[in-house]
Design a protein around this ligand. Structure first.
Ligand code: G6P
Ligand code: MG
Length: 213
């Protein structure tokens, strides 16, 4: 049925559209610092951890920030983000997400989640899908964010599956790069012109077909 032994999913932009909430929270933060922020710029932030994203935004600012100021700005963004996700529920699952998870389960493969979001456990809980995963990486234990392969390699190790036997699913350029440098097969969710490093790109998990990869 499948040549893989595990599927490791990203969360934001793959299973649920929190990518939009991150966008709204970063946009408000950036504009409070006089930095222009739009969807094109946001594309560079997808999959990038909180402080890494802030550094990319502040690189366009005319002033410099102390580490304390940066931490305060990151906290402001995170509090806004947490307000935005507080009302999430299973209605916020992206089309095809539950069906894809259930198809992987039925095929007897292991299922992991590799999100660098420190809010991932909260979001999974709100979506009501925590128990669909065999292993969820705790982002607080990851030293290097995507595009470093660390988070995908940790997921594979904890699932007891060799990286070459894993299929990684990602919507971000940095995430696809992380999957490829982990030595896994990369399924991109989005546009092939954007996710050029992915082995296969589909528009959404509605098109997920495990037997085809
Ligand atoms: C995901 C999102 C990023 C976000 C990162 C950190 O990778 O794609 O946009 O910046 O998680 O999320 P956090 O909830 O920890 O701020
Ligand atoms: Mg993502």
């Amino acid at each position: 049925m499948s040549r893989f032994k595990a599927v490791i999913f990203d969360l934001d932009g793959v299973i649920t559209d929190t990518a939009h909430y991150h966008y709204l929270a970063w946009k408000q933060l950036a504009e409070s610092q006089g930095v222009h922020f739009d969807h094109a710029f946001n594309e560079n932030l997808k999959g990038i951890d909180r402080m890494g994203s802030l550094d990319l935004i502040l690189a366009s600012s005319s002033r410099t920030y102390t580490p304390e100021e940066k931490l305060a700005l990151a906290d402001t963004k995170n509090l806004h983000y947490q307000e935005l996700i507080a009302t999430m529920s299973s209605k916020d699952l992206l089309p095809g997400a539950v069906e894809a998870l259930d198809a992987v389960r039925r095929a007897g493969l292991r299922i992991g989640l590799a999100s660098v979001s420190k809010n991932a456990f909260t979001v999974l809980g709100r979506l009501g899908i925590t128990d669909k995963f065999d292993y969820v990486v705790d982002a607080a234990t990851i030293a290097r964010g995507k595009p470093d392969p660390e988070i995908f390699l940790k997921a594979a190790r904890e699932l007891g599956v060799a990286p070459a036997d894993c299929l990684g699913v990602e919507d971000a350029v940095a995430g696809v790069a992380a999957i490829k440098s982990a030595g896994m097969f990369a399924l991109g969710i989005g546009h092939p012109f954007v996710l050029t490093e992915a082995d296969v790109v589909i528009t959404s998990l509605k098109e997920f077909n495990l037997a085809a990869y």
